[in-house]
Design a protein around this ligand. Sequence first.
Ligand code: AMP
Length: 401
Amino acid sequence: MATKKSVGALTEADLKGKKVFVRVDQNVPLDENLKVTDDTRIRASVPTIKYLMERGARIILASHLGRPKGVTPKYSLKPVVPRLSELLGVNVAMANDCIGVEVEKLISALPDGGVLLLENVRFYKEEEKNDPEFAKKLASLADLYVNDAFGTAHRAHASTEGVTKYLKPSVAGFLMQKELDYLVGAVANPKKPFAAIVGGSKVSTKIGVMESLLEKVDILILGGGMIFTFYKAQGYSVGSSLVEEDKLNLATSLLEKAKSKGVSLLLPTDVVVADKFAADAESKIVPASGIPDGWMGLDIGPDSIKSFSGTLESTKTIIWNGPMGVFEYEKFAVGTEAIAKKLADLSGSGVTTIIGGGDSVAAVEKVGLAAKMSHISTGGGASLELLEGKTLPGVLALDDA
Ligand code: AMP
């Protein structure tokens, strides 16, 4: 066990020749031929790894992939190696395990600046159980610990939390720092006016986010499936739209809370309704107060797009979580895509735009606007928990937390 040393950040650590255990998030999607279909997370891990390479560290990368039950070849991290090697400009070595004698031999053979990728840490059930003996074995491989796996920072697992008890210093990588700067920093001290856009399917999964953001924002714009619960709470007919009957009181209290805090809460004034939940459904635009029986709202309408866009023009900081409609179907992606384009334009004129994880990230990427935003979060669950004001165990465990 290394002695505890206080280190402010990765940049202050002495790295030459040191074995650095880096928890990255290489949990990438694979196709049936085990080819990586989206390399976003691999690319996002590069700045920290390159920094360590340039300073002559010996880099041990650990990650999970999927939810394997024991050793499962289709969840091997091997498919990551070609793209990671290409991006780093070195041959990344691959281990067949994440602990043990063979892994130790590979680490001993690493040159300064060399990179070794360990096999999926979730091949051991001890990982998710945060088993101390397993965490000690991981820690024994290295001299210091860097956590750059923002996407798993909301989980207290052996490679994200347990390991920090036995490996000092433990510091945040650059991706982790960037995520925290935007999702905590920009939200705590936003340039005002500050607007949040919250969409997605259900009120129930976004209650925490809405309540927390109501304390901070000037404007709260709502879209997606959750709006129908708000409409119904206000006495509108919602046809066969998605409604959470047990959340009607909550919707009313959120509307009241916004009012009492002076937050302007905007609901769509018109919606695109469909005769069924399908890509080829019949559709029409109706006012929010005029949803016909048997029809379901699947997107926000053109008047809402116009008024939301106009409102957003006056803001300086925008955070967005959750699509405006069923964007997976082209016909109902118009509202989500229009908001994505608006945010991209506003980014260009100096507005801070933060896409807070999950499906809104997928929507922004689908229309090719990811690079235009100030920040796109790499973690769905983790970014949601941060926006709810929770602390992440993987961050709290770091010396520079
Ligand atoms: P979430 O994971 O809560 O952010 O929700 C994302 C999902 O919400 C996407 O799969 C969308 O298709 C879905 N969604 C958005 N708008 C609606 C709607 N009006 N009715 C049903 N589902 C919706």
